[in-house]
Design a protein around this ligand. Structure first.
Ligand SMILES: [Zn+2]
Length: 83
């Protein structure tokens, strides 16, 4: 997946593969938050159903979870280590 804008504008950014229930990395998520904004934007390929989607969400607390709009499964997005 491609970066939508210049990386210096981000307060948070992560890109990672997502395992399904069998532990196969069949999905992926790319998530970012711009500086000064509360909302996280994400692109997701659901590891469970393969549906690709794009949305935004405000997280209240960790761990961050997004929900697939197709199969309704909750997907945890773990934070990457400090860059
Ligand atoms: Zn799904």
């Amino acid at each position: 997946m491609k970066l939508p804008v210049d990386i210096k504008d981000f307060a948070y950014i992560t890109s990672r593969k997502l395992p399904n229930e069998q532990g196969e990395k069949s999905g992926a998520v790319f998530m970012w938050r711009r500086k000064g904004e509360e909302e996280f934007n994400y692109k997701l390929k659901c590891p469970h159903c393969g549906e690709e989607q794009e949305s935004s969400v405000v997280f209240k607390k960790r761990p961050y979870r997004v929900k697939c709009s197709n199969c309704d499964k909750s997907i945890m997005v773990e934070k990457l280590g400090k860059k």
